[in-house]
Design a protein around this ligand. Sequence first.
Ligand SMILES: [Zn+2]
Length: 217
Amino acid sequence: MVAPHSVSKSAVSRLDTEGSAVARRGEATTTGVVGARNDAAPSNISISLTQMLDRREQRVADQQALLSRFGRPLVQLTLVTPGPVKDTAQTRFVFDQGLAAVHQALRLAGHVVLAQQGGYRVTGPEMLMVIDAEPLCIKENMLQIEERNALGRLWDVDVLEPSGASVSRQQLGWPARRCLLCDEPAHACARSGQHALADLQRAIEDKVHAFRNRLGR
Ligand SMILES: [Zn+2]
């Protein structure tokens, strides 16, 4: 039922109050609330810029479909993964940790997840969640996990208002995200190509290894 690298584009699982996934009639379900489990091995292949841009465009369409269907804010989890290889054992591990952290933060805040859609893709793992709560409140919680978790810098948690507008860090008085390697804003370094890809990837691997060592895995 689960296609390689992702659940089907139309897969939306509706979540009951216990947090378990319940398939809607006629739709494939995602395979669990925590983790985007998928039997297919990570593809480990380089993807093209065109594939990335196509996926970005499709993701916007997915967002709009959920916004018009539910009329509630969305949380979108994707990863900070410089370089052309987006679907690896490491990216899946980092994503699963992120998804668990997002769900935990939402649960602690009493924010109900009405539905979620996403999974592992060759273009990188991603999850869209429909949340029954106030967008600024959700964003504040998501910023906290991005900043406080040891892997948080590797997660990209966007919050969309029902209008589709993205809630910015600045709206809540948070500074722009810092670069993985230096103290400059991340977007400035990304735009100027300030750092070698290998250095960025090493910084990410160091974070993941340190996290795994603490977990004893
Ligand atoms: Zn930098």
